[in-house]
Design a binder for this molecule. Structure first.
Ligand code: ATP
Ligand code: MG
Length: 461
């Protein structure tokens, strides 16, 4: 009991302001329409029906019990596979809120790269804030940079402004990498009177959001900082999935299908598709599983050789001999050891990766030329086409619920939290818990084995 409390305790305004008095929620809920039988014993009171989430509600993090380490793979929590229950806070509207809507100035900022669904989340945050009665809602343009760049003014947001933004991809507010110092950002928030900040971004953005939260606490500012994890790679710990991932897999499938048609229509055709996944291969693995057209799936978590008797190239030769064509999908972070290190970083300090897709294309051409076998190699990099898509239906729903719950979390008085979906329930996590390292595909997991079963590829070691 103590363990989970310690682990998933989420920061609340009363930690800093123990005397903060909540007010009844301005977000009115009716959970269900009264049925005839409800009237038998008199009309139920609003209190019985309110449907608000209790602050003590929890969601169980791991819902499977393994009986042996071998069936668990790396899912096993400890070597003996004893059962540790981990519970996380359930997201949703609370009966008591810690901000008066008329005193709220809410800001939304989107940072990092593009991801399908950003506009859906922005839209839903704005709509939900308005339902609470918030009048002052602004967008910070172009990521954290918008806090310091005097040429960029904040964008007033309302239901009218955001009504149709989800119909296109990208971010209404713009994104960027690199940022001013945390203290400059908090100075700017103080100047502007922002007391609710919604931050949409990946691990870097969340590290920034947590630093802003801590700085606000240090200055004793009554501010709620709430993140919504945006990672197309699906590499956030503990969550079922992050928004944009589903859309990415669907679009990736289209690229794979094109590569397949190109490869299949050429004599000894080989299609190479590079997909997103800097440190984890979820998109590549899922797209391979979904398409059923991939012969070789390469991800950062699973080492492989290109050359040698058990290398990828030898298997490609075998595929040309037996099937006549082949399709490879490779995650951008895979096989980085083959590429020359540049030590270059982007504005946010992320290492710039070498292009493994181009490398595989070149090595494949060279190999088949050397062995005197004809091969027609075509390379597709759909990254920017995928990132710019609008969210599909399932991501649209995910974004909507995450956006609503971000607002509920802020009004509930939580700060330094992020919203996620966990075993189909929506939950709040303390930010540091989910960004301590990127979630990765477990090479011993059932899912990776299913992928191998589907592609039929051997180990390339
Ligand atoms: P993506 O998944 O697209 O890479 P990201 O959120 O990880 O998303 P980054 O470019 O790494 O994208 O970071 C976004 C913003 O967060 C940048 O403005 C960056 O300067 C800031 N940031 C990154 N790491 C930190 C940190 N440790 N502390 C404060 N700010 C940070
Ligand atoms: Mg990142």
């Amino acid at each position: 009991q103590e363990d989970f409390e310690r682990r998933f305790n989420i920061p609340h305004i009363t930690d800093v302001f123990p005397d903060a008095q909540p007010i009844p929620s301005t977000f009115c809920l009716k959970m269900r329409t009264p049925l005839l039988e409800d009237f038998a014993g008199g009309y139920p009171s609003d209190e019985e029906w309110h449907g608000y989430i209790n602050n003590n509600d929890r969601v169980l993090l791991k819902v499977i019990k393994f009986s042996s380490p071998s069936s668990a793979g790396a899912e096993c929590i400890d070597p003996g596979c004893s059962w540790v229950e981990q519970w996380v806070h359930r997201a949703g509207p609370r009966e008591k809120i810690y901000f008066k809507p008329e005193e709220v100035k809410a800001a939304i900022v989107t940072c990092g790269g593009l991801c399908p669904g950003l506009n859906d989340v922005i839209r839903q945050i704005v709509i939900t804030l308005e339902i609470y009665g918030v009048k002052k809602i602004v967008g910070i343009p172009f990521g954290y940079r918008g806090f310091s760049d005097n040429d960029l003014s904040e964008m007033p947001l309302s239901r009218k402004v955001v009504q149709n933004v989800h119909l296109s991809g990208g971010s209404l507010l713009g994104v960027s990498r690199g940022s001013p110092s945390v203290s400059d950002m908090v100075d700017s928030m103080e100047e502007r009177g922002i007391n609710m900040l919604f931050v949409l971004g990946g691990n870097g953005t969340h590290a920034g959001a947590n630093a802003i939260h801590n700085e606000c606490r240090k200055r004793r500012l009554k501010v709620a900082v709430v993140g919504v994890p945006k990672t197309i790679d699906n590499d956030i710990l503990m969550m079922d999935k992050t928004f944009g991932f589903d859309t990415a897999v669907e679009e990736a499938q289209r690229a794979i299908n094109s590569a397949y048609i190109e490869a299949h229509s050429a004599y000894h055709g080989i299609g190479v598709v590079k997909l997103m996944g800097r440190s984890s291969g979820f998109i590549a693995m899922h797209a391979a599983l979904a398409s059923g057209q991939i012969d070789i799936c390469l991800i950062p978590e699973v080492p492989f050789h290109l050359h040698g008797p058990h290398g990828v190239l030898r298997h490609l030769k075998y595929l040309l001999e037996t099937k006549g064509s082949a399709v490879v999908c490779v995650a951008e972070g895979a096989g980085q050891s083959f590429l020359r290190k540049t030590n270059a970083t982007d504005a946010s300090g992320n290492i710039v990766l070498g292009d493994i897709g181009v490398h595989i294309q070149q090595e494949t051409k060279k190999y088949f030329k050397e062995i005197g076998v004809h091969a027609d190699v075509k390379y597709i990099d759909p990254t920017y086409m995928i990132r710019a898509c609008r969210a599909n239906a399932s991501d649209g729903i995910l974004c909507t619920v995450l956006g609503q719950n971000a607002v509920h979390g802020a009004f509930a008085g939580y700060s330094g939290i992020t919203v996620g979906i966990c075993n189909t329930h929506y939950v709040y996590f303390p930010i540091p818990e989910v960004i301590s390292y990127p979630r990765a595909v477990d090479p011993n997991s059932r899912m990776w084995h299913r992928c191998l079963t589907s592609t039929g590829q051997p180990d390339f070691i």
